[in-house]
Design a protein. Structure first.
Length: 238
């Protein structure tokens, strides 16, 4: 086996072909809203109804029957299964808040920015599965006195989930693959450097190059380049 621990980072680009908007456009707007209004704790305090409505729409979109995992999601899940069956390690870190990796069959996954299909208790910090609309009147099931819930999303200014686990995985990786992410938002933007310090081979799979310090880069639609690259790894392992 050429690579023992494969760490993959995915961003919005891997879900675009499934019909999920990439969220932030070239004008810095998130689905036609200012980031400060819908993706910060301050925005939630200022106008919670707007924030609830914003994520309710995204949650409903995600559950549209037309939105399904694409070939890139499926290829990652299949590679994880075969790689771990050979005794390798595989860690998938995703910046996405959709559940498409999970539906495709990925198992060892860190959703560092939270998940649309769960709600967060504002007091305990515990997550609760949540598939319907969420509002200020909804309450948790974890506290003696039920508390308000908020979208289970890591907003700007908040610490991503399982960050220590992310860095621990990167520190033992011998192959790091970045898929469909701009690599501009920290702390994920620093993952490449951590992997390089660990001596890992680094590969970018994206629509176009984002930086020049990856060892290899393959560019085009995720459903094409991800499957092709992972197939080449399978051929080497075989």
């Amino acid at each position: 086996m050429k690579f023992k621990h494969v760490v993959v980072l995915t961003g919005a680009g891997i879900s675009a072909e499934s019909g999920i908007r990439t969220f932030r456009d070239q004008n810095g707007l998130w689905e036609d809203h200012r980031i400060e209004d819908v993706a910060t704790p301050e925005g939630f305090l200022r106008n919670p109804d707007l924030v609830y409505s914003f994520y309710n729409l995204r949650r409903a979109q995600l559950q549209d029957p037309a939105v399904e995992p694409n070939l890139a999601h499926l290829a990652l899940a299949e590679f994880e299964a075969s790689h771990t069956a050979r005794g390798g390690q595989f860690t998938l870190i995703t910046q996405n808040v959709d559940d498409l990796h999970r539906r495709a069959g990925s198992r060892n996954m860190i959703p560092m920015h939270g998940q649309l299909l769960s709600a967060l208790c504002t007091r305990s910090g515990l997550s609760h599965p949540w598939h319907g609309a969420l509002s200020a009147s909804d309450r948790c099931r974890c506290c003696d006195t039920p508390q308000p819930l908020r979208p289970d999303i890591v907003w700007f200014g908040e610490v991503p989930y399982q960050l220590d686990n992310c860095f621990n995985a990167l520190a033992t990786a011998d192959l790091f693959i970045s898929i469909g992410t701009s690599g501009k938002v920290y702390p994920a933007a620093g993952f490449l450097g951590v992997a390089q310090d660990a001596g890992a081979m680094t590969v970018e799979l994206n629509m176009e190059p984002t930086r020049e310090d990856f060892d290899q880069g393959y560019y085009g639609p995720a459903s094409q380049v991800v499957a092709e690259f992972l197939n080449s790894l399978e051929d080497q392992a075989g």
